[in-house]
Design a protein around this ligand. Sequence first.
Ligand SMILES: NC(=O)c1ccc[n+]([C@@H]2O[C@H](COP(=O)([O-])OP(=O)(O)OC[C@H]3O[C@@H](n4cnc5c(N)ncnc54)[C@H](O)[C@@H]3O)[C@@H](O)[C@H]2O)c1
Ligand SMILES: O=C(O)[C@H](O)[C@H](O)COP(=O)(O)O
Length: 395
Amino acid sequence: MSGLSVSGRVKDDIKGMKIVADENLSLVRELFGSMGELVCLPGRSMRPEDVREADILLVRSVTRVNATLLASSRVRFVGSATIGTDHLDTAWLDGQGIAWTSAPGCNAMSVVEYVIAALFELWARGDVDWDRQVMGIVGLGNVGARLAVVLQRLGVRVLGCDPFVDLEGVEQVDIDTLLDRADVVSLHTPLTHAGPHPTFHLLDRSRLARFAGKVLINSGRGPVVDNAALLALIVSGCFDPGKVVLDVWEKEPDLDRALLAKIRIGTPHIAGYSQEGKWRGSLMVAEALSNFLGTAPPEAPALTGRALSEVKIVESGQGWSGLASLVKAFYPISRDDADLRRELLERDMLPGAFDALRKGYWPRREFSSGRVRLVGVEDPWLKERMLALNFRLEA
Ligand SMILES: NC(=O)c1ccc[n+]([C@@H]2O[C@H](COP(=O)([O-])OP(=O)(O)OC[C@H]3O[C@@H](n4cnc5c(N)ncnc54)[C@H](O)[C@@H]3O)[C@@H](O)[C@H]2O)c1
Ligand SMILES: O=C(O)[C@H](O)[C@H](O)COP(=O)(O)O
């Protein structure tokens, strides 16, 4: 968060404060309802007149927070319950003395589980070989570093690429070496347009052309991959669409339907949409806002009460198949893919379908929420990998 203290006017007037929030913010009424007058609106279409009288603005990634939205408002604090911050013009906010915060790491485990679920789907069709593959992770921050740990504990060889981070225990190489050596490339960078290592179209036509036989997973930000170049390479037979997994797209929510129609797995930007990820994001913003206002932090609603009740049973001796069925039981990623195809390809691209899927997303829980029992003979191999994936093992 930018290091600002509470402005005098807001502090004197906390009770009469107006909070405008994205209606999709998890726990929005429970956490922010008593902090002032709360108005919830669709985030994608927020206009300057919606926030003119607001003191506090709470968003997710679909609201562009910049001079156009805020110049005529009295907003003093912006909170985004997301990891990514490319929708915030932070330089402008800082210049205006408007405090802002995001929620680093809030849904990182959810994204890791998305990648794991995608890899198991590809494995089921023979497009991933857990025992031989080299996994390339681009961006070793909250998501990438967690993914590296999980994969290494599964016994997978990991290569990383991050010019700003030195992550112990992971062999790091530059992006081109990673493209040469990895069998799977998973993107976990922010979207940046400036600086020494901008990520906009990091995978441009020439880098995509070197993918032959590799798996591409993008659950970072859409424009890190040149989507038009990717489609052109697929159409010309130079890129195997059966090995492409996209959760994020250029020009969301109006993604390229021709690209979706071709690729193996396509989802509507929900990699981070576990219940825990959304809850944590909102809680982190609520804590930052209380801090800003100098009020007591909000009481966190009991999340544990909503955990899965059933115990999943896994037979020993099944190797990767045992893990695949367990992962699928918790996160059937093919369901998200089917929903997006149905809405965007089979039905007639209803306006707002992409956002409607996101808004009505099912209550996915993280692997650590559920209980698992391993039955049969001792199977340390499977047990170790179930623990690596964060499942809670019962005796
Ligand atoms: N699909 C989803 O639902 C979803 C959910 C959460 C986050 N995200 C996206 O994933 C991104 C990564 O999340 P995170 O929590 O790991 O963020 P983070 O900020 O913790 O880590 C990002 C890492 O990328 C590195 N990086 C920056 N430029 C790079 C470059 N050119 N090459 C290689 N690495 C580079 C940074 O040094 C940093 O270590 C977020 O910025 C967000 O845009 C998507
Ligand atoms: O950056 C993030 O945290 C994610 O991309 C986020 O989960 C996206 O969801 P949205 O904010 O668009 O609801």
